[in-house]
Design a protein around this ligand. Structure first.
Ligand SMILES: Cc1ncc(COP(=O)(O)O)c(C=O)c1O
Length: 287
């Protein structure tokens, strides 16, 4: 896609040069977000940008733009690049400074670097209809998974394990307690109740998770935030994951074992329908 954002300006992608000593590049010292675009409209942008500021604050980065200014820029970026179904990737790093672990001093005048670009990404319609396979993997991440940090090495390794097993996602667990997916939140369904890990430092509180929670409350579907075990996972009536790009994705097989009857269950299909209505409603509200 043609244009990108650097700092507070839109510019040609070909122009950008990243400093070799950018702390995002060397230390993963930064935070990021991915926002979905449906039919040219940004979905839950305010929530994503809100989380970007929260993540930055948690690692003591002050973003040098006001949220309103950032939203404005991102909207312009999507319009200029004529994104239809796609996504915006955005990140803020602590900036470029001579390499040393501690933060740059105020005297160095190092400024955080904000960048964003867009991609055209088709919705995973077929996968959402038929469901996907997953593997389980030990969650070897740090204890601040609530921060959407650039440090994704454990997530990358887990996703690669899944890919090598011909699977879509790795479901992570800490000594048998399921936390979340390598890039998604995880849910089990039993007797009409949706259950997921509480939103604490062990997981990222997904924006899709928050939307799903609202949908469940609005539709009187029990939404329980209580951790569950691998045993619970294998015995569940239904299992699904959520994320910005995967939306609400049924899991039909885990570690080679069938979930339920091996096809997407009634609850996940209902939640997909409700989510679809939410997307349409939000896009109408933006017209
Ligand atoms: C570790 C992790 N958990 C959960 C999610 C889901 O978050 P969201 O619904 O905001 O995309 C993601 C998304 O990338 C993630 O990386």
């Amino acid at each position: 896609m043609g244009k990108i954002i650097l700092g507070d300006q839109l510019m040609e992608r070909s122009v950008i040069g990243i400093d070799l000593e950018d702390r995002g590049y060397q230390f993963g010292d930064g935070v990021y977000e991915v926002i979905r675009v449906y039919e040219g409209k940004l979905f839950t942008m305010k929530e994503h940008i809100g989380r970007l500021y929260q993540s930055a604050k948690k690692i003591k980065i002050t973003i040098p733009l006001a949220p309103e200014q950032m939203m404005d820029l991102v909207e312009k970026l999507v319009a200029e690049n004529k994104v239809y179904d796609g996504s915006v990737y955005m990140q803020v790093t602590r900036g470029a400074a001579p390499r040393t672990h501690m933060f740059p001093t105020p005297e160095s005048k190092t400024k955080p670097v904000f960048t964003a670009y867009t991609n055209e990404v088709a919705r995973p319609g077929n996968l959402m209809k038929h469901g996907v396979k997953a593997v389980t993997a030990e969650d070897i991440r740090w204890l601040r998974c609530d921060i959407k940090s650039l440090n994704l090495l454990p997530n990358v390794l887990a996703k690669q394990e899944a890919a090598e097993a011909g699977c879509y996602e790795a479901i992570l667990h800490r000594s048998g307690t399921v936390t979340e997916g390598s890039s998604s939140n995880v849910y089990i369904v039993n007797r009409g109740e949706v259950r997921t890990h509480p939103a604490n430092h062990f997981i990222l509180n997904g924006i899709t998770r928050q939307e799903l929670q609202k949908l469940c409350i609005e539709n009187s579907i029990p939404f329980v935030e209580r951790a569950f075990t691998l045993e619970d996972l294998f015995q569940a009536d239904e299992v699904f994951i959520t994320s910005t790009t995967s939306e609400i994705m049924p899991i039909v097989e885990i570690d080679g074992k069938t979930v339920g009857n091996g096809t997407p269950g009634q609850m996940v299909r209902m939640l997909q329908t409700l989510f679809e209505q939410r997307i349409i409603a939000e896009s109408k509200a933006h017209m």
